[in-house]
Design a protein around this ligand. Sequence first.
Ligand code: F6P
Length: 329
Amino acid sequence: MKKIGILTSGGDAPGMNAAIWAAVKRARSYDMTVLGVQDGYRGLLERRVEDLTNRDLSDIMHRGGTFLGTARCLEMLTEEGRSRAVHNIHDYGIEGLIVIGGDGSFRGAEILSERGVPTVGLPGTIDNDLAYTDYSIGFDTACNTAIGEIMKIKDTMTSHDRVAVIEVMGRHCGDIALTVSLAVAADYVLLPEVSYETEYDIDNLSHFLLNIKKQGRDSSLIIMAEGVNWNEKNRAEILMNRLTERTGLDIRATVLGHTQRGGPPSAFDSRIAILMGVRAVELLKEGMGNRVVGIIENRIVDINIKQALDMPPRFNEELYGMARMLSLS
Ligand code: F6P
């Protein structure tokens, strides 16, 4: 294999640049040419590529975001778009493609593989919602960013004897919410994996907050994943209003939003991004396509794309149980 392509797709994630840097370096060591595709599959369809082979990316690799740009490309869902993508890949002489993104991006990669383009996916999403890997690139950084912001909010909430409702990202997956809730000693965590209606009965939650106050603590902290009541707009505010109505407590809502997606990658994210970038190129060099790279029990692994996408969502019940136990005791 002499020429490969690389693109980032879907929501950006800190560490994507480190993965690209590592892939380019590894490819260079094999005398491969690397074409970077701008703005994900959209750039592939619009023929926007740049030669990265001799570009020095060392000043970029530790920055957040993705210097290639990213997009969510609906055209890849159409037959016309898919054929054009394959046509352009062949036209550029790209013999293998690395796709960094989440499950939507992997579906595109799977289709290209089915059409004869050896493709390797790297998990790049802060949500950590890919079941086949313990961690995706960007998740650790997003958690650390959220923790930093929440600690600041906690300072002011404590000073004012207030309750904080803080919404973090995670549309289908509560991993960010669960991890940060443990790290900041939150009093309550609301996750999309756990039914809002049954587990988070508003009266129960109200009693819980009043109980905390009765025990002598005037400030408390609720973390909610955005995937909880996803269809509602202003979720955190709605919860704040409902709780204020029932408890009379002084409550403030904050949505952390896209701050969680930016910033330089943590050491952990840089490390897995680099290891995965290197593995992706090695797989292509060995003639292996139709794979996704992940990390399981601290080892870099690769598995078939379809197998990875077919895995049911995972939920760490044990960790959730522990978070509940710690907040209730
Ligand atoms: O998939 C990552 C993610 O950050 C989700 O947590 C969030 O729901 C979504 O992307 C936000 O997407 P956008 O950047 O399009 O607003």
